[in-house]
Design a binder for this molecule. Structure first.
Ligand code: DC
Length: 226
């Protein structure tokens, strides 16, 4: 059986999952899917439409009106929400502040997981998120679980947002990351946990090149099958 290869990358917020996932996808010529972007796009839709998050019928109805698509340019993944490019807007604070809450809604997760599993059926891909190795692709050939010191994570995110000209304080980012970690790890629906067979990658003291080299080592046994 010629099965496609899936690399599942999970971990805490702002750990550099997408940086590693993109670098791997580029090196291996795999597709890269940022599953967090999907939850962020749904959040943006709910915020724009002021969807009542306590009304499950409204949520289910709203999900039926959300069409998500990825298009890839230079291994930067772009997401389209009902045809509109929202890649920038979903990284801003209003979405970051609300996304964990929305990602904990059962119906939202079911709809996203279904789409993600469909995408990973036939193509070699790297997907990053919180439940990729546990729920979306429990049979993924390679699973990485990323972590890093929360202070370092906040500093990295602060630098990234400041460079984009967003006015936000380091404290605000630190709190946002801590809150998201808390919600992501304690929610009832597929909380963030390390899959038993996931390899831990703590990149507190690693450069991007070093973490890529580490991940490539884990992939070596599968490379001759590509
Ligand atoms: O990776 P990110 O920070 O862009 O993810 C945004 C939020 O979406 C994060 O707080 C948790 C949630 N998420 C999730 O619950 N499951 C995923 N597979 C990906 C993201």
């Amino acid at each position: 059986m010629n099965k496609n290869i899936v690399v599942a990358i999970d971990g805490y917020s702002s750990c550099g999952k997408s940086t590693l996932a993109k670098a791997l996808a580029k090196k291996l010529h795999f597709i890269y899917i940022d599953s967090g972007a999907m939850y962020r796009a749904v959040t943006l839709y709910f915020l724009r439409n002021q969807t009542d998050l306590n009304n499950h019928d409204l949520i289910i109805d709203a999900l039926e009106h959300i069409d998500l698509n990825f298009h890839s340019r230079d291994y930067q993944s772009h997401i389209l929400l009902n045809g509109e490019e929202v890649s920038e807007e979903i990284r801003q604070m209003p979405v970051s502040d609300n996304v964990s809450k929305i990602a904990s809604i059962k119906e939202v997760r079911q709809a996203m997981v279904k789409q993600q599993q469909k995408m990973g059926k036939t193509k070699n891909m790297v997907m990053d998120g919180r439940d990729i190795g546990t729920v979306v692709f429990p049979d993924a050939q390679v699973k990485l679980f990323m972590t890093a010191d929360p202070k370092i994570r906040a500093e990295r995110r602060f630098k990234e947002l400041s460079e984009k000209g967003e006015e936000v304080s380091l404290e605000e980012i630190f709190e946002n990351i801590a809150r998201r970690d808390y919600i992501d790890t304690t929610r009832e629906e597929s909380p963030l946990v390390r899959a038993k067979d996931a390899i831990i990658l703590d990149n507190t003291n690693l450069s991007e090149e070093e973490q890529l080299a580490f991940a490539m080592e884990q992939l070596t046994p599968f490379l001759d099958k590509i």
